[in-house]
Structures are given as C-alpha cells and as structure tokens.
Design a protein around this ligand. Structure first.
Ligand SMILES: CSCCC(=O)C(=O)COP(=O)(O)O
Ligand SMILES: [Mg+2]
Length: 232
C-alpha cells in the first residue's frame, strides 16, 4: 500500500539542507578560531559555566585541557552533546555579526515555503544543538533569510537522543501525537539514520547532495534516494 503523503517533514541538516563543507570547512574552523579567546575571557564567567561544566571533569580542569579535548573531538567529528552545545555558543557571535551565513541548497527555501503553504509541518532533527539549529535557519542565504517562522520544532541528541537509534524517532513523534508516525517523512544524508527512522515507522528517504558520502548499490536498492526537495 502506498505511504500516505507526509503531514510532517523531519529534516537533518548537514548533508541534507546545507553542504557538509559548510560545517566542516566553515563552522568548525570558526569555532576553533574563537575558542582560545573565549576561554581566556570567559573561563570564570557564569554564562560560560554551563558549557564548561558539561564537559567531563578531567577535560574541564584547565583552559588547555578543554581546548585540547575539543580539538580532538572535532578532529574525529564526534557528535557528543556537550561539544555540540559549546559549538552553538561559539557560533552565536559569528552569525550575529554576519561572519556566518548558512548556504542552503537552492531547493530548500522554496520547498519550505511550499510545505508551509500546504500545511506540512517542518521539524528539524540534527546532531547540532537546538541553539545551533535556530542560529543556522535564522541566518541563511535563502529568501527569506530567516526560515525560523516556517519551522515548527527542533530536536537534537539532548531532547531526542542518538540519531541512529529508532527510539529517538519514536520520542520525537510522541511530542506531536496529532500526527501518526507513518505520516512523518525523515530526510537525511546518513543511511543509518534513515534506517533508524524507518524502523520507528516513519517514511524516510536518503538525500544525495554534492560532497556527501558515496552510496552503495545495496543502499540505493534499499531506500528511495532524492537529489533535491523538488524531487517529491
Ligand atoms: C546545526 S548546524 C551544525 C551541525 C553540526 O554540528 C552537525 O554535526 C550536523 O549533523 P547532522 O545531524 O545535521 O548531519
Ligand atoms: Mg547529516
């Protein structure tokens, strides 16, 4: 039986709405560039304490320890929540002063407007923190620049859980019980995430964008693959 059209589109970010290169070649270097000065100026500040205290004690014992730990985690693209929270804090200044602007793929903003027009809810689920997600969608190259008014909710690994576990998608859907889980469509570049969403009962397509990891023939045979939000 054909799946019903989605009532909710649940969207990954990196590799789905914007290039992986924006995260790896712009956001990450920016965070590493501003971190030393942030540690020097805010190490004792109450505002920074929430980020510093979220780190394991052995890595928050000194500026050097925290900096070295962050460099190691980011070099391995470890998507651990306390790092993602700190990254979001570091990116705030860059977005607000115009140094950072999210290069959405050209099909994304028009599709957001189309989904909004036809009543399809737009919800974000990313390894990036909810704060980082809101900063990204508020500062885009799209038209309109600020897409936040079109987005209904945000989930990350703190309020939903790991993106490769089906329970995380069940938890997200449970936050919006007015939409049956089989009427959710999850879009991601990550095959393991797509599989987890399907296991939870969602529809899910792999999004293939320039710069994404190559897909195997088996992955292409097992999942619908789309190259643009205009493909469906
Ligand atoms: C929200 S912008 C920063 C994205 C990020 O740090 C990240 O790891 C993205 O992973 P995703 O789950 O969106 O592929
Ligand atoms: Mg991704």
């Amino acid at each position: 039986m054909a799946s019903p059209p989605p009532k909710v589109v649940l969207l990954d970010i990196e590799g789905t709405v914007c290039p992986i290169s924006f995260v790896k070649d712009v956001l990450f270097p920016y965070a590493l560039e501003v971190l030393p000065e942030t540690l020097d100026s805010q190490w004792e500040s109450p505002e920074f304490a929430q980020y510093r205290n979220a780190f394991p004690a052995e890595h928050a014992a000194s500026r050097t320890a925290l900096l070295d730990h962050v460099k190691d985690l980011m070099s391995r693209d470890v998507k651990i929540s306390y790092l993602k929270s700190l990254q979001g804090y570091l990116w705030e200044t860059g977005y607000h002063n115009g140094q950072l602007k999210a290069p959405l793929f050209p099909d994304v903003a028009p599709k957001f407007s189309a989904w909004a027009r036809d009543g399809t809810r737009i919800i974000i689920y990313s390894s990036g923190s909810v704060n980082a997600q809101k900063l990204l969608f508020a500062h885009t190259n799209g038209d309109p620049t600020d897409l936040m008014p079109l987005i209904n909710d945000y989930f990350d690994t703190v309020n939903a859980g790991p993106k490769t576990e089906s329970s995380s998608y069940e938890k997200i859907a449970s936050q919006h019980p007015e939409y049956p889980i089989n009427e959710w469509l999850f879009l991601s570049d990550n095959v393991r995430e797509v599989e987890a969403a399907k296991q939870a009962g969602m529809q899910s397509f792999i999004v293939e964008r320039p710069g994404n990891a190559a897909l195997s023939e088996e992955e292409r045979a097992s999942h619908r693959v789309v190259k643009s939000f205009g493909d469906f």
